[in-house]
Design a protein around this ligand. Structure first.
Ligand SMILES: C[S@@+](CC[C@H](N)C(=O)[O-])C[C@H]1O[C@@H](n2cnc3c(N)ncnc32)[C@H](O)[C@@H]1O
Length: 218
């Protein structure tokens, strides 16, 4: 009969198809939308009128979900290396998050959102949530993929620490490996609540999970 490996990959394929089909019906740009929906229904880090930065937004389903949650009075800024048109109502910034010029563009975008008629600089800690679903192209070598993911997490954390209000939230995808515990300890030094979660829409065989960090310390 079926080996456990066959059953496992059948179950994974079935769940992949389920969320992919659902995303078409619900008009989301990708199945990843359901990961953010589940994370936010559990932890409520995005609310009406919030300012949200979505790091690695393309193709844009997290930004679609975030924009719905913040409503007309809220703002969503999406950052990505890929020049993909953003969902309606989302402000795109194109660039590598590891490049300081991208942070400058982000600062400028936040200044314009807050003070459209002046050149005054703003306090840059005006953001309620930084969410990162960033991923590099997988190399297939676990140690390498983990190291690359940790580098992206560090860059996303830098954005969070630069722009988050106190009590703001940081959600970050990571590829599991040896350095998770060190990163988790670092996150605990900046946030009062830190937990690892793997949403249902995340394939079981994938080594991805999410850090959920709430209540940034002042
Ligand atoms: C898994 S996709 C994100 C999917 C998205 N959350 C959605 O729901 O549509 C990962 C994204 O991270 C972006 N990315 C990877 N490295 C990046 C970097 N250094 N700077 C900015 N974006 C990056 C990729 O271009 C890709 O679009």
């Amino acid at each position: 009969m079926f080996g456990s490996k066959t059953l496992f990959s059948w179950a994974a394929k079935r769940s992949k198809d389920f969320y992919r089909k659902k995303s078409k019906i619900d008009n989301f740009r990708s199945r990843a939308a359901y990961k953010l929906i589940e994370l936010n229904s559990k932890y409520r880090f995005i609310n009406k009128e919030d300012v949200v930065i979505d790091v690695g937004f393309a193709p844009g389903s997290w930004s679609q979900v975030a924009k719905k949650l913040v409503g007309n009075k809220g703002k969503v800024i999406g950052i990505d290396i890929q020049h993909i048109a953003p969902p309606e109502g989302v402000l795109p910034i194109y660039g590598d998050i590891r490049d300081p010029n991208t942070l400058t563009k982000l600062f400028e975008a936040l200044r314009l959102l807050h003070e459209p008629n002046t050149n005054d600089s703003i306090d840059c800690r005006v953001v309620d949530a930084v969410i990162s679903d960033m991923l590099h192209k997988a190399t297939g070598i676990r140690i390498r993929d983990h190291a690359l993911s940790m580098e992206l997490c560090a860059s996303a954390l830098h954005v969070a620490l630069t722009f988050l209000k106190s009590n703001g939230s940081f959600i970050c995808k990571f590829y599991m490996g040896d350095e998770d515990a060190d990163l988790q300890n670092l996150l605990k030094s900046h946030f009062r609540f830190v937990q690892v979660m793997k949403p249902k829409a995340s394939l079981k065989e994938s080594r991805e999970a999410y850090f959920v960090c709430l209540e940034r310390k002042p």
